[in-house]
Design a binder for this molecule. Structure first.
Ligand code: GLN
Length: 193
C-alpha cells in the first residue's frame, strides 16, 4: 500500500490526512527528516510559509526534501506549500525549497478579498469545475517553460505542475471533492521507482 507523508509542522495537515484516508492510502505525519523514510509522496499544507520554512531550515530537513524531489520524489504544496516549493518569492527572502521554476506572490489577492471561494476548471480533471477555497492565497506571477499551467482564476495562475511537483494556491483539502488529491496520487503512481 502507498504511504503519503503530510508535513505536520503547522497549518491544515489534518484535513489533508482525512482526504487521503478517504482515498484509501496510508498517511504518515512528517515532523522531522527521519519521518521522510518510507513514504511515496509528500504534501506540504497551507499555513504560514515563514513559520513552516523556519522548521525546514533546521537539521537539513528541507534540504533532504529538495534532494529527494530532485530525484523524482512527488511533492504537492498547497497555498503556503506552493510558496515553499517556489524558486522565487516576490519581495521576500524567506526560506524556500527552491524546486519549482516559478515566481510567486504571497497574499496576492489583496486584503479586501483575502479569503473567497470560486469554481474553476482544472486541466486534466474530468467532471465539474473544482470549488477552490482561497485563504490569503498566493498566485504565480511567472512560470518557466517546464511548468504546466493547470488552473487559473481571474487571469491569475493558481494551479501548476512541473514533472513530479504539483502546487495549488487554493485548499483542495477543505472541500469534499477529492479529485485534486487523486490527481496527485496518480502522479505518485507515475513516479514510483
Ligand atoms: N498567506 C500565507 C503565507 O504567505 C499562506 C496562506 C495559506 O496557506 N492559507 O504563507
Amino acid at each position: 500500500m502507498k504511504t503519503i507523508g503530510v508535513l505536520a509542522i503547522q497549518g491544515a495537515f489534518r484535513e489533508h490526512r482525512k482526504t487521503l484516508e478517504k482515498l484509501g492510502v496510508a498517511v504518515k505525519e512528517v515532523r522531522s527528516r527521519e519521518d521522510l523514510e518510507g513514504i511515496h509522496g509528500l504534501i506540504i499544507p497551507g499555513g504560514e510559509s515563514t513559520a513552516i520554512g523556519k522548521q525546514l531550515e533546521m537539521n537539513d530537513f528541507g534540504g533532504t526534501i529538495t534532494k529527494m524531489a530532485c530525484q523524482g520524489f512527488p511533492v504537492f504544496g498547497t497555498c503556503a506549500g506552493m510558496i515553499l516549493l517556489s524558486k522565487r518569492i516576490d519581495e521576500s527572502n524567506q526560506y524556500s525549497l527552491g524546486l519549482m521554476d516559478t515566481l510567486v506572490k504571497r497574499n496576492a489577492f489583496g486584503r479586501q478579498i483575502a479569503s473567497f471561494e470560486a469554481d474553476i476548471p482544472i486541466k486534466g480533471l474530468t467532471g465539474n469545475d473544482v470549488r477552490a477555497v482561497f485563504i490569503r492565497a498566493p498566485y504565480v506571477l511567472e512560470a518557466g517553460p517546464q511548468v504546466e499551467i493547470l488552473g487559473e482564476y481571474a487571469g491569475k495562475i493558481v494551479f501548476v505542475r512541473q514533472n513530479n511537483l504539483l502546487a495549488s494556491a487554493f485548499h483542495p483539502e477543505l472541500t469534499d471533492d477529492s479529485r485534486v488529491h487523486q490527481f496527485f496520487l496518480d502522479m505518485v503512481d507515475q513516479y514510483q521507482l
